[in-house]
Design a protein around this ligand. Structure first.
Ligand SMILES: Nc1ncnc2c1ncn2[C@@H]1O[C@H](COP(=O)(O)OP(=O)(O)OP(=O)(O)O)[C@@H](O)[C@H]1O
Ligand SMILES: [Mg+2]
Length: 234
């Protein structure tokens, strides 16, 4: 099925992952025995009805949440024994997140938002601003370094979030509905930007309801009721 990638090792693997949320007597099977391998350089979209488990899957892949059953391996290494601190370090190094709500810090500038992940990596203090500015330039915001999020348009805020996701050169870029809060024009700019980031050699996985965005992905995974219903290359 994946002829171009079968000789590569996965950068991330889920083995028989289930996630059950318990709320009192009620149990929600948000993910049901999901197995998945992500290979370097892939561009994956995840689609499915509301409530099917897409965000839950993203949280587990991104080490923001732990499965109830099953395993998550990053570069062949198991993650279930890592403590909170080790998980945070792994996340910071390996994964760049982009969310529907942008999740920028409102009281800091675009430059400071992008600089933030560098505080938790090994980057020297004197280099941080220069690197953050380079990434803002890459997303076309070199003239907005000192703007606060509320002084930027939605599309610009999402570009800051993308620069922040890229700044540590993570193994995997994850985006959950990155165009969900944008008008079609800014959404389209974000789609083009994500496509360009993938073409530069990054691995991208995104959740989307946006058919235009799902269309640009090369591997399409569909989730229904917490299970993978289809998974194919285009
Ligand atoms: N923290 C939680 N506690 C209890 N149930 C939860 C929790 N988070 C999600 N769920 C439930 O798990 C299921 C999957 O939710 P999830 O957010 O993964 O869906 P989704 O596919 O991302 O939906 P949408 O397209 O609406 O964003 C839903 O039935 C939801 O109600
Ligand atoms: Mg969701």
């Amino acid at each position: 099925m994946r002829s171009s990638t079968t000789n590569k090792k996965p950068i991330l693997e889920l083995k028989n992952v289930s996630k059950i949320y318990s709320l009192g007597e009620t149990k929600v099977h948000a993910l049901d025995n999901v197995s998945l391998k992500i290979y370097p350089g892939e561009f994956i979209s995840i689609t499915g009805p509301s409530g099917s488990g897409k965000s839950t899957l993203m949280h587990i892949i991104g080490l923001l949440d732990q499965p109830t059953k099953g395993k998550v391996l990053i570069g062949q290494k198991p993650t279930q024994h890592l403590n909170e601190g080790q998980l945070a370090v792994t996340r910071n190094k390996q994964i760049g997140f982009v969310f529907q709500q942008f999740n920028l810090l409102s009281k800091t500038t675009a430059l400071e938002n992008v600089e933030l992940p560098l505080f938790y990596s090994d980057t020297l203090e004197k280099d941080r601003k220069t690197i953050a500015a380079e990434f803002l330039k890459k997303v076309g915001l070199e003239d907005r370094l000192d703007h606060h999020p509320n002084q930027l348009s939605g599309g610009q805020q999402q570009r800051v979030a993308i620069a922040r996701a890229l700044v540590n050169s993570p193994t995997l870029i994850m985006a959950d509905e990155p165009t969900g809060n944008l008008d079609s024009k800014s959404g389209n700019q974000i789609i083009q930007l994500i496509k360009q980031i993938w073409k530069e050699g990054n691995t991208v996985i995104l959740v989307t309801h946006d058919p235009e965005l799902a269309k640009v992905a090369k591997r399409k995974i569909r989730i229904v009721d917490g299970q993978i219903k289809s998974d194919y290359q285009t």
